[in-house]
Each structure stands twice: as structure tokens, then as C-alpha cells.
Design a protein around this ligand. Structure first.
Ligand SMILES: [Fe+2]
Ligand SMILES: [Fe+2]
Length: 339
């Protein structure tokens, strides 16, 4: 079997405003080694969920994943660029905290996960829409939005590993082991998604569609990178991880049903079928052995886990609203529609 190729270092995207322009222009130069040059840009005047902030942040974070072809890897820890990134993160996180709202004394990780496990009988959103009425073109668009994450699936959460101990660490790594193919390169979920993209007639290159997707698609990934790259947000990172695992299995079931209805190639179905089965198991492990163990060890993190779960829901709802708004009015959900 030939695997879809995964290019290691992506190319730089196009700028979308003054912030992303400032970051992208910088990356064409060599990172200064011996002096501090603070990168200044007008973060305060920008929409924290807008394309300019989200793209600037996405590019800053990507330096920690694969970097970019032809870009000096020294930028990853350049204090001047980190100074700008910190301002972008502050603006983004403040907006997410405001929109998540208060977390009360009655809220707990346990009740929150219980709530997530109960699927509404009459749910709405992209996976329900695709299952009942969506077209193949809309399904392809869905793959494009999701390609940002699924081609790096498992990576943003992996930053949490050194920040866990004991049973929580063991169970977390057991779940990630499955995400990373259980020792088999052709089973790595990133690879399964690359295979899905090729089978769907799309470009499986890492970040191939960064210029085609709206801000809401980047926000979903930026949130995980933000939580993962800061130890102080480790509780939120684990809450986010729990939320993805708990909601994945039923969502993947609906998408597999949609693909069957549309007569999609088998490689497309394989990715979602894998998640129907694996994530039903992961959910149990995550609830008890990861989150349960973590909050019994560090009770102060309970609220952060709740915040991570709600922040995940918030950014997913924003993307879902965008998709549904576009699709139900007969428009493409992409900035640059597929040919
Ligand atoms: Fe996965
Ligand atoms: Fe999973």
C-alpha cells in the first residue's frame, strides 16, 4: 500500500493584515542571535477572533511543530517574536475567558464530562447536516477545515505529557499511543487523514489549505496550541483533550454515516470508523484515569479542566455556526472555494 505523502516543512501562508504581515516578513530574515529586538504590532486594535490575529498566532505556533521551509528555526525561541506572541495570546485568551463566562462552585470536571457524554436526540450542527442533507462538495469543505488539525492530530496535546505524573500520565500516553498509530506508521491518525484527503481528491500536504480557511478553523487549533505550550494551562489542556475524546465517537459515527450515504471512498470512511471505535474506549480512559486521577492529585486544577472543556465547545461552536451559516445559504464555507 502506498501512503499519502506528508511533506515535513510547509510553505509560508499569505498575510491577512498588519499582524500576520509583521510576523511573516520577519520570518524571511535570519533570527537575531545576540540582541533583543522587540517585535511591535498593533494587537490591541485587532479582533481577537479575526483572521489577522489568528493567522499571526498560527504561524508563531507552527514554529514549534514543523517550522516552515526556508525559515530560520532560530525564530522558535526568539524573545522578540515571543514578546509579540504573548500579546496575541493575551488578546485571544481574554476573549475566550469572557465568552466562556463564569465557572461556579457547583461546576466540576466530573459533572461537565457527564454532560458531554449525553448526546441530544435532536442535535444540530455540521455532522448532523452532513449526515442528512449535505453534498459531497460540502463534505470536501469539511475535510479542508479539519485538515489543519487532523494532519497534526495528537501533537498539540502531546505537550502535556511532561506536565502529568502517575496514572494520569500513563493513561494519557496510552490514548496518545493510539493516536500515533500504536507503533505503526501507516496507522498514525495524521496519516489516515492524509489518506482520506487523497481519496477525496484533495491536497494532503500539511497546511496546504491555510490560505483557504477562515479564522474560525485556525482558532480551533490555536486554542490547543495555547493550552499545550503553557504549563500553567495544563488543566485546560487536559480538559480540552477530554472534551475532544468524549465528543469524537458519536460525531465520527455521524460523519461515517454521511460518507456512506454519499458513497465516499473507503479511505474516507476508515478515518471516521477508526474514531468511532477507538474513542469510545478513549472516553472511559480519559474520564477516570486521566482527568479523575489528575484532579484527585491536584484538586486546584478541577476548574481549569472545566474551562478547557468549555473553551473547546466555544471554538467548535464558532466554527459550526460559520459552516451552517454558509451551507444553509448556499455559499462556500471557504475563503477560496475548491475548484
Ligand atoms: Fe485520532
Ligand atoms: Fe482518540
Amino acid at each position: 500500500m502506498t501512503l499519502a505523502p506528508i511533506a515535513l516543512e510547509p510553505g509560508l501562508p499569505d498575510a491577512r493584515g498588519p499582524l500576520s504581515m509583521a510576523v511573516l516578513e520577519l520570518l524571511t530574515e535570519r533570527a537575531p542571535r545576540n540582541y533583543l529586538h522587540r517585535v511591535e504590532a498593533p494587537v490591541r486594535d485587532s479582533d481577537p477572533y479575526g483572521i489577522d490575529v489568528q493567522l499571526a498566532l498560527y504561524v508563531c505556533y507552527e514554529l514549534h511543530y514543523r517550522g516552515f521551509a526556508g525559515v530560520d528555526p532560530g525564530w522558535e525561541w526568539n524573545p522578540g517574536l515571543l514578546y509579540l506572541r504573548a500579546q496575541l495570546e493575551e488578546a485571544f485568551l481574554t476573549a475566550v475567558q469572557r465568552d466562556v463566562g463564569d465557572i461556579t462552585q457547583e461546576d466540576s470536571a466530573d459533572t461537565e464530562m457527564e454532560r458531554l457524554s449525553v448526546e441530544p436526540a435532536d442535535g444540530t450542527g455540521p455532522s448532523y447536516y452532513l449526515r442528512s442533507t449535505g453534498t459531497w462538495e460540502q463534505m470536501q469543505e469539511y475535510f479542508v477545515h479539519r485538515s489543519l488539525y487532523h494532519l497534526k492530530e495528537g501533537d498539540p496535546h502531546a505537550w502535556a505529557i511532561p506536565r502529568l505524573t502517575g496514572q494520569a500520565k500513563a493513561a494519557f500516553v496510552a490514548v496518545e499511543f493510539d493516536e500515533f498509530g500504536g507503533g505503526r506508521g501507516d496507522h498514525v491518525h495524521q496519516q489516515l487523514f492524509a489518506d482520506l484527503m487523497v481519496a477525496a481528491g484533495l491536497d494532503a500536504t500539511y497546511m496546504a489549505y491555510i490560505d483557504a480557511v477562515p479564522a474560525a478553523s485556525m482558532t480551533v487549533v490555536n486554542l490547543m496550541s495555547l493550552f499545550g505550550l503553557h504549563r500553567e494551562h495544563r488543566g485546560a489542556a487536559i480538559g480540552h483533550f477530554a472534551s475532544t475524546e468524549i465528543t469524537s465517537s458519536p460525531g465520527s459515527r455521524r460523519l461515517a454515516d454521511a460518507l456512506e450515504r454519499l458513497g465516499a471512498p473507503d479511505a474516507c470512511l476508515r478515518f471516521y470508523r477508526e474514531h468511532v471505535e477507538a474513542d469510545a474506549v478513549h472516553e472511559q480512559v480519559v474520564r477516570t484515569d486521566v482527568v479523575g486521577d489528575l484532579v484527585s492529585r491536584e484538586p486546584a486544577l478541577d476548574r481549569d479542566v472545566v474551562f478547557g472543556i468549555r473553551a473547546h465547545e466555544l471554538v467548535e461552536d464558532r466554527l459550526a455556526d460559520h459552516l451552517m451559516r454558509c451551507w444553509t445559504s448556499g455559499r462556500s464555507s471557504l475563503r477560496r472555494p475548491l475548484d
